[in-house]
Write a protein that binds this ligand. Structure first.
Ligand code: ADP
Ligand code: MG
Length: 246
């Protein structure tokens, strides 16, 4: 079981952003991607999730042996892909609880109804774990949330949807150290041999709390260097200057 990205190429408005990217995330592993601003990290996460601003112009996205590159965003979600956005969108008029409930309902077979009591119980338990106040159940998704509240809300969605492969795009940005620890605890609680993670981050700090199995450096739409978790520390010290001479 794995998420395998092969020679992925993608463009936005005709401009190539991903230029032949290869990456394999076996279930059970946490892979981190670091890299300078503009290297295409968010694009990668959105292309894998199926965001329709991006056109896949080549390559494959294999989820447990099935190419999902042509599937719609909701089909990929049901297939087990989850993306926690760098900049989560606000969804006015839809409460957090109803949003989660609809997403869960969409995963059930035709004709099967969600068990509301069990659903709320689970949601409250996860909110407590993420230190999200219960009043957030009734608030419109992300509307007027602070940066940190939005990031925690993304993790709540992730925990409620039980995805197979979790993509986290700079979930650490905008979080203070306490919120970062709470988020990392939520993520770590989901680590399992059945689930893979791709954690995009600009800062090594997150990786102190979510220990990756592998670290990759992305530059100009490709993975240019891979290593173990010590690579993140090296990057913190020496920066990305090596990319210029490479
Ligand atoms: P990173 O997350 O590594 O900072 P991004 O994936 O956000 O990089 O961006 C990579 C490049 O693609 C940038 O030059 C950015 O301006 C461009 N890009 C990404 N998404 C869009 C979009 N929807 N429209 C136009 N340009 C985009
Ligand atoms: Mg980004």
């Amino acid at each position: 079981m794995s998420l395998i990205i092969e020679n992925l190429q993608a463009s936005v408005d005709g401009t190539p952003i991903l230029k032949g990217l290869d990456l394999e995330i076996p279930a059970g592993e946490v892979h981190a991607i670091m890299g300078p601003n503009g290297s295409g990290k968010s694009t990668l996460s959105k292309v894998v999730a199926g965001h329709d601003d991006y056109e896949v112009t080549g390559g494959r996205i294999m989820l447990d042996g099935v190419d999902i590159a042509e599937l719609e965003v909701d089909e990929r979600s049901r297939a087990g892909i989850f993306l926690a956005f760098q900049y989560p969108s606000e969804v006015p008029g839809v409460s957090n609880a109803n949003f989660l409930r609809a997403a869960r309902q969409a995963r059930l077979p035709e004709g099967e109804e969600i068990d509301a009591v069990a659903f709320y119980k689970e949601m409250y338990a996860k909110m407590d774990e993420l230190e999200i106040d219960r009043k957030f159940t009734g608030r419109a998704v992300n509307e007027g949330f602070s940066g940190g509240e939005k990031k925690r809300n993304e993790i709540l969605q992730m925990m409620m949807l039980d995805p197979r492969y979790c993509l986290l795009d700079e979930t650490d940005s905008g979080l203070d150290i306490d919120a970062l620890k709470v988020v990392a605890k939520g993520v770590n609680s989901m680590r399992s041999p059945q689930r893979g993670f791709l954690v995009i981050t600009h800062y090594q700090r997150l990786l102190d709390y979510i220990q990756p199995d592998h670290v990759h450096v992305m530059a100009d739409g490709k993975i240019v260097k891979s290593g173990g978790k010590e690579l993140a520390l090296e990057l913190e010290e020496s920066g990305y200057d090596f990319l210029k001479t490479a």
